[in-house]
Structures are given as structure tokens and as C-alpha cells.
Design a protein. Structure first.
Length: 620
């Protein structure tokens, strides 16, 4: 008898609503759909029930969903605190067993599996005597499908392909990490200019000082402890901040604010779930962090409502070095806020107008949020370009383009470079004396392995990838957002943050030296990258021209809304429970040969220009 699953297997995925991490669920769902299986993602109501499964009414709601959808294999995901994750899962699993829902008791559920942090996985495995298959996050796509007993002939062949450029970077990074030379890397000394650490200190001042010294990149990292006691969490974070300030390794302290800070700032939080992050809830608490951070610059997330108001608070309490905005995101679309999409866009445009009066930079977190929801490479580029051009039209003088590499995490390095280069090329085409563009690169949110030594190698390897984004410019990237190597396992402490920065700075220096000496290939002359780059550039230029012609008010809230609502930007992973944005969610995408493309129901690639023409003809 075969161990492989049958063609009529139906997968379901749930997670407690308090955990906003959904990328892993989307990734495995897409893999399974590519193999021809039905997959259902639980909606907000079901996930809310999972988070409070002790109430019988909630359990029966979840059970009804399982039976109605005909689910035979159920996956449970939780990426936050291990003890909480194990507790959530075990209540769910125990109820399934006691209610005879598992196949060994005559029920429909043939398999239960769990994805989470390694510690959580070990706890779940121990408590279930190995009966539950666990995924700590270090699996390749092919390994994931194999563990789920997908027949070999159904697994796409390109999932097992290796790439010589990626192999080279990993080898270079592994050799560097093994040498432990990174342990001796010191600060870059970006603090010698006159306004440093003063109330009028700015990102631009620090950038100009660093570029004059040929000492870029500036270093940013995002952090914050988890503690259910709000006051203790703030105390702990401020001790971290002082430690990081004393190290002189970090230029920009990025405050990992909590969900409630973003959604309910200044309100009474009693009885509301927080979900982790730094629980700042007043101007004074921000000011304390700012003062402890000096001479570092400070940055934090925008809000999910009252966005212009919170931007003003960040200005006067943090002297925020640049504002991060999400435009289409952190609202009804992704469940991070209650603004409708159009309300969110209107608040964002109003906020950008305000920021323009301050002279501060704007950093739109746009492209990678579309990628989190399964968009194709063309949409990644065009959405980023539209945000940039809108900011320029609204008077922004300094613009920071964040490029998140490894998103999705199995994108090939060559296609990552092509995608990033085209986005930067398009934005640089609108750069002038009144619109200055800075590149901020980073590793992917879902990229790092739970094995810490492997994660250090990955951090070094993605840093090499960042340097190849603009291979002729040793002052590029302007900023590196260092994603800490412990990302897949636990929140980074100051010691891990400092080590991550040292790895990044050290390998960057050695990789650049190796390129000068001809010891590693120069990607500027890589034919595969050139071909993909030209293909993406020509397609994006033509597509942008079509959008600008079809939507005359394109660079407005209403224009951005129409682009999304009509389906120009495919987001098949979006949990569009009320089917409000069918035109955007009905498209299918797939990872093909290292890049993401739109496909039809038969798996055939759809040409972007043909797709745009179809949408325009349907909407005219």
C-alpha cells in the first residue's frame, strides 16, 4: 500500500488570529495548489475561534468549517511564544481526538501537522508522542511536499534545481562565517558630523557624512522584546536601546512596535490582545526611547488608523528619521487595521503631504507586502514604482526604496537581482534635484533557517546579494536593514543584533575585495540576469504606460484603489473572505525557474500586457 496521498486530498490551514505571521501558510498552500490539491485557508472567524478554542461554540464553528470544506489534512501554524503556541495547538488537537475527528477514531482527518518555532515544534512533538508532523521552517519546498507524502511525479521538477550563482554565494558566506573573522568587526564611526545626536539630527545629515567618508551603508535593524507585562516590556526594551547605543554599530534604531501601538495608540488597552512587540502607548514613552537611543536615529511603523496624526506624533516625540508607510496595506485587506482600502489610501496620501513639509524621507513598504500575498515579479516592481511617483508628485524630496530580497524565499538570486535592479532603474528615471532616491536592502522575512549556524551563513549570503544589486557602486546600498540571524527561532537580543551587524559589515567588505581581485564573478556581465532584467523592464514600462493612459487620476487614492480593485495587481494569497476584491484574488501565480509569474488554471504563463488588455477591455 502506497504512503502517498491521493488526488482527492483536501488541505486546510488554521492559526490563532493573534498571530499575524501568514507567509509560511501562503507558501505551502501555493505549493500544494501547484501540485493539483484543493487548499482552504481559515477565515478570521475560524481563526478567532482557534485562538479561544476552549469555548465549545468556537470549537463547533471550527468543526463545521472542517466538515463543510471536506478537509482531510489540517495544518496549524503559530510563530510567536513557544509555550502559548503549544497550548493553543494542544487544546485544538485534544478536542479533535476526543470528538472522534481523527481517522484512527473513524473521523475524516487523516493527518494533523504543525508549523512554528523549533522550540514549539519540539514541545508539540513530545506531547503528541510524534503523532503530529512538525515543520520548524528549515525545509525546502521539495522537502515540504515530500514530508506531506505528495507523489514524486506531482512535485514540480524546477523545485530541485540548483543555481551556480546562489551556490557560489553560499559557499563564500560559509567560508567567511567559519573563519569567525566577523567577530573582530568594529563600528563604522558615522557620528562625526555637527548635528549628530542633537534635536536637529537627520538621516540626510548622516548619509552625507558617511558618503563623504566612503563609509556607507548606514545600518538599521528592527527589534523589540516580548513580555506580556507592558511596563516590564518597556523597561526591558529601553535597556536594550542603551546597550545598542553604546555599541556604536547601529545608525537607525527601528522600534518593533506592537500591533496595539499601531492600531490603538493612546487608548485603553485593557482586555485587548497585543501579539508581541514594543507596547508604546504615549508620546512620553516614545520620547524616553528616543533619548536613550542617542546618538542613533529612530524610526518606527506608521499606524493602522489616524495615520496623519500618528506621523505628527512620531515627528515631535521621536524626531523620526524617516516615515514608513504601507499605502494599500495594514487595513481591511490584511486584517491589520479597520480602515477600508480607500480610507487607508486617502490617509496615506494626506500623510505624505504632511511629511513633505517636514523634509523627512518616505519609505513605502509596498512591494514586499504584495509579494507576501503571492504577486508576480511585475507587480512587485510596478507597485513600488507607483508609490515612488506618487510621493514625488506630493512633494517628497527624499525617498527610501526598500528592497526585500528572498521574497518568496526560494526566488533565485539572479531573478532577485533582476527584479531589484529594474525597480531601482525605473525609480531612478524620475530622480532629479528635488527627488533624491536611496536604496535600502534587506533579507527576506521568511528566509532564515531555525538552525542558527545556517542562518548566519544565510545572512552573509544575502549581504553578498545586496552588494550585487548595483555592482559598479561601492556606495550602494545606502542602507542595509540587517535582519537578525535568529529571526526563525526567537526575538533577537542585543548581543544577537550586534553579531548580525558584524556579520553583515564584515562579509560586505570581504565580498567587495574578492570582486576587485577577480575571485568571485561580477554579476554585471551575467547574461541570465541581463535577459531577465530586459524582459522585466520592457514589460513594466509598457504596463505603466497602459495604467497611466487608462486611469487618468492614477497617482491619487482613487487611482491606486482602482488599480487594485480592477485586478491589475494579482494577490492570490490574500484572505479576501468577503470576496470584495475578487478581481485581484482570482488570478493564480507560481514560482517558475526562480521567479514568480501569473498562470492560468492549466499552469500556462499569462503575458502581462495581454492580461492588462483583458482587464481594460472588461472594465471599459
Amino acid at each position: 500500500m502506497s504512503n502517498f496521498i491521493s488526488d482527492n486530498t483536501v488541505f486546510g490551514f488554521v492559526k490563532p488570529q493573534v498571530d499575524v505571521h501568514s507567509l509560511g501558510i501562503f507558501t505551502v498552500s501555493n505549493l500544494l495548489r501547484d501540485c493539483g490539491y484543493k487548499v482552504y485557508l481559515a477565515d478570521d472567524v475560524v481563526n478567532a475561534g482557534i485562538g479561544n478554542i476552549r469555548k465549545l461554540n468556537n470549537y463547533y464553528q471550527v468543526k463545521r468549517w472542517l466538515i463543510t470544506k471536506g478537509i482531510t489534512r489540517i495544518g496549524f501554524s503559530y510563530r510567536l511564544d513557544p509555550n502559548e503556541g503549544c497550548e493553543y495547538f494542544m487544546y485544538f488537537y485534544t478536542l479533535l481526538k476526543s470528538d472522534n475527528m481523527l481517522v484512527e477514531n473513524g473521523g475524516p482527518i487523516k493527518q494533523v501537522f504543525f508549523a512554528g518555532l523549533p522550540d514549539t515544534c519540539q514541545m508539540v512533538k513530545g506531547k503528541t508522542d510524534g503523532a503530529v508532523l512538525v515543520f520548524p521552517g528549515d525545509e525546502t519546498p521539495a522537502q515540504t511536499l515530500s514530508m506531506l507524502h505528495v507523489p514524486v511525479e506531482k512535485i514540480p521538477k524546477d523545485l530541485n534545481k540548483s543555481d551556480d550563482y546562489d551556490t557560489m554565494r553560499i559557499g563564500f558566506a560559509k567560508k567567511y562565517i567559519t573563519s569567525e573573522r566577523w567577530k573582530f568587526v568594529g563600528p563604522q564611526n558615522h557620528y562625526g558630523y555637527s548635528t549628530c545626536g542633537k534635536e536637529n539630527d537627520t538621516f540626510v545629515d548622516r548619509w552625507r557624512y558617511a558618503i563623504d567618508k566612503h563609509a556607507l551603508p548606514l545600518i538599521r535593524t528592527h527589534s523589540g522584546p516580548y513580555n506580556p507585562d507592558r511596563i516590564e516590556a518597556l523597561k526591558e526594551y529601553n535597556s536594550w536601546v542603551k546597550d545598542l547605543a553604546n555599541s556604536r554599530l547601529l545608525d537607525v534604531l527601528s522600534i518593533g512596535s506592537s500591533q496595539l501601538t499601531q492600531s490603538n495608540f493612546g487608548e485603553n488597552w485593557e482586555g485587548l490582545p497585543n501579539g508581541g512587540g514594543v507596547p508604546v502607548n504615549s508620546d512620553i514613552e516614545y520620547r524616553v526611547i528616543h533619548d536613550n537611543a542617542l546618538p542613533m536615529l529612530c524610526r518606527t511603523y506608521s499606524g493602522t488608523k489616524d495615520v496623519p496624526k500618528l506621523a505628527r506624533i512620531h515627528e515631535h516625540s521621536l524626531n523620526i528619521c524617516w516615515h514608513a508607510l504601507s499605502f494599500w496595506w495594514f487595513c481591511e485587506l490584511d486584517g491589520r487595521g479597520k480602515n477600508t482600502l480607500l480610507e487607508n489610501l486617502r490617509e496615506h496620501f494626506e500623510t505624505v503631504k504632511y511629511i513633505a513639509t517636514t523634509g523627512k524621507p518616505v519609505e513605502p513598504n509596498v512591494s514586499h507586502h504584495f509579494a507576501f500575498r503571492g504577486c508576480d515579479d511585475v507587480t512587485y516592481i510596478i507597485s513600488g514604482f507607483l508609490a515612488a511617483k506618487a510621493c514625488k508628485k506630493l512633494g517628497v524630496k527624499h525617498y527610501i526604496q526598500q528592497i526585500m530580497l528572498n521574497t518568496p524565499k526560494h526566488t533565485s538570486g539572479r531573478f532577485d537581482l533582476a527584479k531589484g535592479r529594474v525597480l531601482m532603474k525605473l525609480i531612478k528615471e524620475i530622480e532629479d534635484e528635488n527627488f533624491n532616491v536611496y536604496l535600502q536592502s534587506r533579507g527576506g522575512l521568511d528566509y532564515f533557517a531555525p538552525n542558527l549556524e545556517k542562518a548566519k551563513v544565510q545572512l552573509a549570503a544575502v549581504t553578498c546579494l545586496m552588494d550585487d544589486l548595483d555592482p559598479d557602486n561601492e556606495n550602494c546600498p545606502d542602507i542595509i536593514h540587517v535582519v537578525n540571524y535568529s529571526e526563525a527561532v526567537s526575538l533577537a537580543t542585543p548581543s544577537i543584533i550586534k553579531d548580525s551587524i558584524k556579520i553583515t559589515l564584515g562579509v560586505l567588505q570581504e565580498y567587495r575585495m574578492s570582486k576587485r581581485l577577480g575571485l568571485v564573478p561580477k554579476t554585471k556581465y551575467d547574461l541570465k540576469i541581463q535577459i531577465r532584467e530586459k524582459e522585466l523592464y520592457d514589460t513594466c514600462k509598457a504596463a505603466i504606460k497602459m495604467l497611466e493612459k487608462f486611469i487618468p487620476n492614477l497617482y491619487t487614492p482613487e487611482g491606486f484603489y482602482r488599480v487594485f480593485e480592477l485586478g491589475f495587481f494579482p494577490v492570490p494569497y490574500l484572505m479576501n473572505w468577503h470576496h470584495k476584491y475578487r478581481n485581484a484574488t482570482n488570478w493564480l501565480t507560481s514560482l517558475r525557474n526562480g521567479g514568480v509569474t501569473v498562470i492560468d488554471e492549466n499552469g500556462k504563463e499569462i503575458n502581462t500586457i495581454d492580461r492588462y488588455k483583458t482587464i481594460i477591455n472588461r472594465s471599459s
